[in-house]
Design a protein around this ligand. Sequence first.
Ligand code: SF4
Length: 332
Amino acid sequence: MFKPKAIYFEKDIVNYPLGKELMEKYKDIPKVEIENHNNIEEMRKNPNSEFANMKRNLIIGIRKTHKFVENHKTSDYLVPYTSSGCTAACMYCYLVCNYNKCAYLRLFVNREQMLEKIIKTAEKSEKELTFEIGSNSDLVLENTITNNLVWTIENFKDTKKGKLTFPTKFDMVDPILPLNHKGKITIRMSVNPEEIINKVEFGTSRLTGRIEAINKLKEAGYNIGILIAPVILVNNWKELYKQLIQRLSQELSEKVKKDAFFEIIFMTYSYVHTKINEEAFPNSINLYNKDIMTGRGRGKYWYKSQVRNEAEVFLREQMNKYFPNNKIEYIV
Ligand code: SF4
C-alpha cells in the first residue's frame, strides 16, 4: 500500500467529496499547500537524482483542462481523467515529459465533472464512442488510493451510450471484479518479458501477477486487450519476446485467448529520459542504443526503420504461431 511522504494540495480540494475524503485518509501525513498542481516550484528545482524520491509524494488538485483529443487506435478520444503521473518508475515512461514537472502522481478530485463530460459527449454522438481514460496515468494503481475505478464503473454502467477503456501494468484488480460493468469496459494489460519488467519497469506488478489479473478480469466479463509494450530491443530481445509470447499462450485462459486483441508498440526514448535515468538510477541498464536508434526531432529517439521492420516481422511470426486467431490492432 502506497504511503505518501507528503501531500501537496490545492486548498479548494476540500470543496469536493473526494478531496475531503483524501484529506481525512491522510490526516497524519505532512501537508504542503500549493497554488497550482501544474507548477510546484520546489519540485521543479529538484535535481534529477531526486526523481524516485519525488514520486513518494502525492499531489492533490482540481483538473482545469478537460480537452478531449481525437484518437484513432483503440478509442475515439483520449480523455484527461482523474489522475496524471504514477508512483512507479518505468524508465521509458512517456509521462516523464518535462524533467520534474509531471512524473509524480497527481490526483484530481473533480471526478463528477470529468465523468459527466464523457457521458454527455457519448449521449450526444450518433456513433458509439469509446473513451480512453487511462492515457495520463495508471487507473488500477490509482484505484488503490482513491477507489476511483470502482466509482467510475458504477457511475458509468447505466449510461445509454459509450464505452471506456484504459491500459494498466498493475494486478490489483480484485475491487473491480464483482462490479456489474455491463460489458462497457475494455481493460488493456501491458506486458513485457519478466527480465525487462525487473530491469526497467520499477514499481509495477510482475508478469505472473499481470497474467493472473487478465484471466480474472476475463472471468469477470471484461473485454480484454493485451499490449506488448513497449518492445525494447535489448541484446537478447528475440529470445525474450519469443518466450513472452509462448508463456502468454500457455498461461492465459482459453476464454482470454478466444477473443483478446493485441497492440504492439515499440519503445520511443528521449534525451530527457537519458538524463533523468543516469542520475536517478545510476546502476540500471541504458536503454539508449545509438547503433539501432535514430533521432525523430525534439530530443526524441526511436528505432531505425530497418531494425524496427525486422523486429515487426519477427513479432508477427511469433504471434501467428501462438495466437493465430487473435487480432493485432496495430504495430507502431
Ligand atoms: S506504470 Fe505507466 S504511468 Fe507508471 S511509470 Fe510505468 S509507464 Fe509510466
